[in-house]
Design a protein around this ligand. Structure first.
Ligand SMILES: *[C@@H]1O[C@H](CO)[C@@H](O)[C@H](O)[C@H]1NC(C)=O
Length: 239
């Protein structure tokens, strides 16, 4: 039996859980030595609600449960987070229906594409190596690459579909940084895949022909079956 991706995923999940448990037990073993617990991690949705003009992004953070996940992750790791928050205007500039046509998984990917798994102060973007890893996943070609370039005080973000820059610092505390962006960062994996799925691919006509051939074959099979049934009935009646 070949080991397929389906087999590897549970294996990976189990090893991840084991690792996580080990990690947790070591950190909790160290816990008593630490000074009194600091106040809870900041809640990104509260920060954005207070800042105003981020209601669409807040809604997405909540409906995808990424906001809860962020609170948990901020508590569990010291790396911190960096979040690029698109304004409501940025969302309304998307093609109409673009957001609604995404499935649940794509919504999560879109939100996580705006989350960097480390705290990056504004002055540190020039040291970041491209493509930068986001929490949406693989930063490889056609997946979730996000490039950062700086010129003077400007931090420019490029996804292959979107080019925009950080236009404001909404929040920063040494662990979490939330920056304003005036365009939604569109990951290639989510938005490019969709537009190419709409356009007929070069190999399409042959595939369509295959499907056509298959349906012809199956209608032939149906005819044979019908003939068989009719002859059985005829035979039964003749008895
Ligand atoms: C991002 O940077 C990498 C490495 O410099 C480059 O190969 C890639 O083409 C860039 N992509 C975009 C969208 O700028």
């Amino acid at each position: 039996m070949a080991i397929t991706k389906q087999h590897l995923i549970p294996l990976f999940a189990i090893s991840f859980l084991l690792f996580f448990q080990l990690h947790c037990s070591t950190t909790s073993a160290q816990a008593p030595a630490q000074s009194p617990a600091p106040p809870g991690p900041p809640d990104v949705t509260k920060i954005l609600q207070k800042a105003g003009q981020y209601s669409v992004f807040v809604r997405l953070l909540k409906s995808t449960q990424v906001s809860d996940r962020l609170i948990g992750e901020l508590k569990d790791t010291d790396d911190g987070k960096t979040i690029f928050a698109p304004t409501d205007k940025a969302f309304s500039a998307l093609k109409s229906g673009a957001l609604n046509s995404l499935n649940d998984e794509q919504r999560v990917q879109l939100v996580l594409f705006h989350v960097i798994p480390s705290y990056i102060p504004l002055s540190q973007f020039q040291t970041v190596s491209n493509p930068m890893r986001t929490q949406a996943g693989d930063s490889g070609d056609g997946e979730f690459p996000l490039n950062v370039t700086t010129s003077g005080n400007t931090v420019v973000l490029k996804t292959g579909l979107t080019k925009t820059s950080v236009s404001d610092t909404i929040y920063t505390d040494g662990q979490l940084a939330v920056y304003r962006v005036d365009q939604v960062l569109q990951p290639l994996q989510v938005f490019a895949a969709r537009s190419s799925a709409l356009a007929p691919a070069p190999g399409m006509s042959r595939k369509a022909a295959d499907v056509d051939g298959k349906s012809k074959a199956s209608s032939l099979a149906m005819q044979n079956l019908a003939l068989f049934v009719v002859s059985v009935i005829a035979f039964a009646l003749s008895l």
